[in-house]
Structures are given as structure tokens and as C-alpha cells.
Design a protein around this ligand. Structure first.
Ligand SMILES: Cc1cc2nc3c(=O)[nH]c(=O)nc-3n(C[C@H](O)[C@H](O)[C@H](O)COP(=O)(O)OP(=O)(O)OC[C@H]3O[C@@H](n4cnc5c(N)ncnc54)[C@H](O)[C@@H]3O)c2cc1C
Length: 347
């Protein structure tokens, strides 16, 4: 075992591109100033539980300054709104109690977001960069005729945001001149919002068009007793080297011993070893656990894009030259089929 050298930055090739303007005709639109900043955060929830990524979106909204209001929609929105009202920095919760909003259809959520934005004259609309946020916000941006700023990892000011691109190999500082700024937030880049003492006020959200030709049919969700990949403290991740779904059992056993979640590279997913809900990377999930163990994963940039912000990275690979070692804090060079059972026995 060796302690791998950690680069000063985990994205050595990162370039900072300043003032990439999403400029639109400024004579038509005003600029937000610190004085008139107010944000509407779209709350994602399911089965009465607020999605953890919404807590990160709330913290991003807090960094913008000004009032932060939250919008909760769906048939269980009253109960969820009670929870949201107790979160800092929320000062008001808008509630749209209507079953039409239950399945996150963008066709019905976008008109509601637009109606709420117009009624409250919010300068910013903020949502997590989750499947829900990525689905809903572009439609709202189109209705408002503004350019969305996606996947932000930093807030420099009310109109200037940091966001990665090229799979995290370049970082852009983006200034938006739109009067209303629509932002999706990378949850691993912001802390989770905490509780506040006094609950915020609740009020009914403005009504909006809910009829659509799109119909929600059903969803199939992979059930697991293990922690959710996006929020797990420990992630044990496997690559092509596992060679079969049966061999992934080695990783499940280790994960269960340490209370972790199992992830995978795209090569392992494409080979059918695991479900694609486990994929980590540019086209999968982005995680930042306390401990990420990459087993038989080479470390392609598209994979690193999903895990390089993990606090401690351990790599197990038989090739000592594998790129994953360049970002690993600890490396084990050897055959995973020998190392993983030994490790599982010892932890
Ligand atoms: C547009 C685009 C998007 C992509 N998105 C993603 C993404 O989201 N996530 C993602 O992961 N990839 C993504 N990829 C694919 C990515 O480029 C790589 O092909 C992929 O990550 C490789 O997966 P891997 O490391 O498991 O396999 P490989 O690159 O084949 O690496 C296998 C590793 O296992 C090691 N090994 C082999 N046998 C053993 C053993 N017995 N013990 C220990 N080590 C062993 C080898 O040394 C090697 O380093 C994307 C590609 C493109 C073009």
C-alpha cells in the first residue's frame, strides 16, 4: 500500500474562463442588485420527505443574499411545507396542494414556477441539479425567455456563478444579465441547510395551468436497503475489472460491513454487471462521500467528474500506472479478487 500523491488541485487541467457572458439585450432587462435579490427555491420531495439535494439548493440561495422563499407542490405539500418552514434560510413557503404536481412533470411544474416567479417578482429561481431540477427548470426558463445557468458550484455575486464544464476539466465563471436568473445547483458544492428556530409563514401559491397532454404512467425504482448513493458516507465502487454481476457481490459484502453504498463505472454498467442507477460520473451520479473506494476502475475523466470531490479516495488497481492513482489519497496495487476479500475480513 502507498499513499498516493495528491495533486494541489484535483482538476489539474482546470482552466478558469472568466466573464463568459450569457448576455441578452440589456435594454430590455434590468440588472439585479444586492438590494433587490430574492430567491424562490423549488422543493423536491417524495413520500413526505424533502430530497436532501433541496437542502443544498437552499444554502446556495442563501449565498445570493436577500429573502429566500420556497415552493412546495403536490398532494402532500402541506405536510412537506411544515418541514420546509423550519429550514434556514426560508422566510416564506408557497404551497400548491394539487395532485397534478405529484410526479414532477415539467409540463405542469414549469407554468407553476413561472406564475410564482411573476407573482413574487423573484430575481432568482433555484433548484437542485437533480433529475427533477434538470427536467423542470429548462421549460420554466423557456417560458420566461431567459438563459438558465446550470449545475453551479459557486456563487460569486447575485449575477455571477461558477460552473464546471468539459466533465469538470474546465471551470467557467458565468455572468448572467437576465433580469430573472434560473439556477440549478450542484448539491455536493454547497452545505445542507440547517434548522431555524421560528417557522416561516405558509401561503397558497398562485394558481397555474395544470392540464397537459403528457400523462404520468408509472415509475420503477430500484429498491435497496443500502444507503442512497447520493448521500452515502462511504461509497464502494467497482469497474469493468469485476467481470460479472456475481463478482459485484464482493463489493456488496464490503459495503454492508462499512454501512456504505455501491457505485460503478459506466463500463461496469454498460456490461450489465449492475443497474445504471449505480453509475457514477459525467453521465451518472455525482457523489462526494467521506470515503470513496474505487475498485478496478481506471480513472477516466468522465468517471472522475462524478467522484473527485470525495473527501478521501482509495484506489485498488493491479496497474500501478492507472490514472485513478493520480487523484487517490491511498492506493493499493494488486489483484482486487485477492485484496477485497482480505479487506472485507479485516474491517
Ligand atoms: C460522453 C461520455 C460519457 C461518459 N460517462 C461516464 C460516466 O458517467 N461514468 C464512467 O465511469 N464512465 C463514463 N464514460 C466512460 C469512460 O470514458 C471509461 O470508459 C469508463 O469510466 C471506464 O470504466 P472502468 O474504469 O471500469 O474500465 P477500464 O477503463 O477498462 O478500467 C478497468 C481497470 O481495472 C483494472 N483491473 C483489471 N483487472 C483488475 C484486477 N483483477 N484487480 C484490480 N484491477 C484490475 C485495470 O488495470 C483498469 O485500470 C463516459 C464516456 C464518454 C465518451
Amino acid at each position: 500500500m502507498f499513499a498516493a500523491r495528491r495533486f494541489a488541485t484535483r482538476a489539474p487541467a482546470a482552466a478558469h474562463w472568466n466573464a463568459l457572458s450569457l448576455a441578452r439585450p440589456t435594454f430590455l432587462r434590468g440588472y439585479a442588485t444586492a438590494g433587490d435579490v430574492s430567491s424562490l427555491v423549488i422543493v423536491e420531495h417524495k413520500d413526505g420527505q424533502i430530497a436532501p439535494s433541496t437542502l443544498n439548493a437552499l444554502s446556495a440561495a442563501a449565498k445570493l443574499g436577500g429573502q429566500v422563499h420556497a415552493l412546495v407542490a403536490g398532494s402532500s405539500s402541506d405536510a412537506v411545507a411544515d418541514q420546509v418552514a423550519k429550514l434556514a434560510p426560508v422566510s416564506k413557503v408557497l404551497v400548491a396542494s394539487d395532485a397534478a404536481y405529484d410526479h414532477g412533470l415539467p409540463e405542469v411544474h414549469a407554468p407553476l414556477i413561472v406564475a410564482a416567479q411573476k407573482a413574487g417578482s423573484y430575481s432568482h429561481v433555484v433548484v437542485a441539479h437533480s433529475a427533477f431540477g434538470k427536467n423542470v427548470l429548462p421549460r420554466a426558463a423557456a417560458l420566461l425567455d431567459v438563459a438558465q445557468v446550470s449545475d453551479i458550484t459557486g456563487v460569486e455575486s447575485a449575477d455571477t456563478f461558477v460552473r464546471p464544464f468539459y466533465a469538470g476539466n474546465a471551470i467557467a465563471t458565468v455572468k448572467s444579465n437576465d433580469a430573472v436568473k434560473l439556477l440549478t445547483v450542484r448539491s455536493t458544492a454547497f452545505p445542507a441547510a440547517g434548522a431555524q428556530d421560528a417557522a416561516a409563514a405558509k401561503e397558497a401559491a398562485p394558481t397555474a395551468e395544470t392540464s397537459t397532454t403528457t400523462q404520468w404512467i408509472k415509475e420503477e425504482i430500484a429498491k435497496s436497503d443500502r444507503p442512497d448513493l447520493a448521500n452515502a458516507r462511504v461509497v464502494i465502487s467497482g469497474g469493468r475489472a469485476l467481470k460479472s454481476s456475481e463478482n459485484f457481490e464482493l463489493l456488496y459484502t464490503l459495503a454492508d460491513k462499512v454501512g456504505g453504498a455501491v457505485g460503478a463505472s459506466r463500463a461496469a454498467v454498460d456490461a450489465g454487471y449492475v443497474d445504471n442507477s449505480l453509475q457514477i460520473g459525467q453521465t451518472g451520479k455525482i457523489v462526494a462521500p467521506e470515503l470513496y473506494v474505487a475498485i478496478g476502475i481506471s480513472g477516466a475523466i468522465q468517471h472522475l467528474a462524478g467522484m473527485k470531490d470525495s473527501k478521501v479516495i482509495v484506489a485498488i488497481n493491479k496497474d500501478g500506472e492507472a490514472p485513478i492513482f493520480q487523484i487517490a489519497d491511498y492506493g493499493l496495487v494488486g489483484d482486487l479478487f485477492k485484496i477485497v476479500p482480505e479487506l472485507t475480513e479485516k474491517v
